[in-house]
Design a protein around this ligand. Sequence first.
Ligand code: GUN
Ligand code: ZN
Length: 440
Amino acid sequence: THEAPVVLRGPVLHFTADPGEDITPAPGSVEYLDDGVLVIENGRVTRLGAAEALLSELPENITLYHYPDKLIMPGFIDPHLHFSQLDIIASYGRQLLDWLNEYTFPEEMRFSDPAYATHMAEDFMDEMLRYGTTTALVFCTSHPHSADALFEAARRRGCRMLAGKVMMDRNAPAALCDTPARADHESRALIERWHGVDRLEYAITPRFAPTSSPEQLNIAGRLAQDFPDMIVQTHLSENQGEIDWVASLYPLARDYLDVYDQVGLLRDRSVFAHCIHIDDDIRQRLARAGGRIAYCPTSNLFLGSGLFDARRAREQQVMTGIASDIGAGTSLSQLATLAAAYQISQLQGHPMTPWQGFYQLTRGNARMLSLDSRIGSFVPGMEADVVVLDPAGSPALSRKAARSKNLFETLFNLMMLGDDRAIHAVHVQGRPMTTSAVSR
Ligand code: GUN
Ligand code: ZN
């Protein structure tokens, strides 16, 4: 089907490579057009260039969106969050294991009602888009209909979305526990129903070692073997109490990562959330296998889990993405995630540049999910998911924008002060998303 080309005009920024850690981005990594034109046909980028040169060459029948004084970027990507936890953000006073028992599991039990799951999936998709996030790797609950609800909500909006039903069969309320066999056939049924449908991808999702029996982890490993390219997502070494518990539950394993490795869950494209308390040996095994880390700074601070060593992960070449981890994370805003990451980087003595920050939200996270040939930049052929930022979108931003001298400062303002008010518009496959919240 051929629709009229969608054309976005205004300042355009995207990354074609990792800009590195320096104040000056690596040569050729950043492309910025003061007055650019992004041409989108059938949901994909076909051209990007200066407005002056390109506009005259375009056909008459284009649909033009003009965003002067804004900043057109690839939609943000969030590689780790739990859609069921949207409403338990900011639950007081607990660290990981108590937080799960007191707040998380009771909320996830409400998802036994399919109507509730559907309602929350719809709200979650609207909220994500309102914050400029167009793709995410999502944990659902152990109820298979929670994954149905999320995939359905993503599909109706045309979003590229990755998700899986949580596998968990012990150390949690009975109402949330499946069994190894049930987790297996429910996961396979969901893969059959959703994997590869439109822009949807299934992810094999054992919650973490403490809530899966050895039998269930084996089942997850066999599932992974049957789907060799599929993402596996779980949690690793977030909290010291968790790590000690895993050591007692799996006394024969060399360490926490080995629990996953022994059943074939450590492999290329496996995504491990947190990885706070890990050593060089674990980082090396992750890097060798192609395992990836989802770094969740607001969550790590909120639960008092610790400070992730992003620099060491980079030095040891472990692919790392940056994520909100709702609902232990405190905001769906990936701008807020960058602000927390910056503060942690300051404590560690290596301030993160805005180049690196915005690279990570877009092409970096796409690469970490092995999706960089589809999303994360505006190279022709890419799927055209777009966030339009407003560098003066709140009173504080507006004051700072008035005295900002260059793109570096504009980006840093957005990263430190930005929130949903800085999200001016969102396009998915070129189409403007008109949830009431986005279209202000
Ligand atoms: N570890 C196992 N489950 C969870 C979860 O839901 N949130 C976080 N932050 N860590 C986990
Ligand atoms: Zn998580």
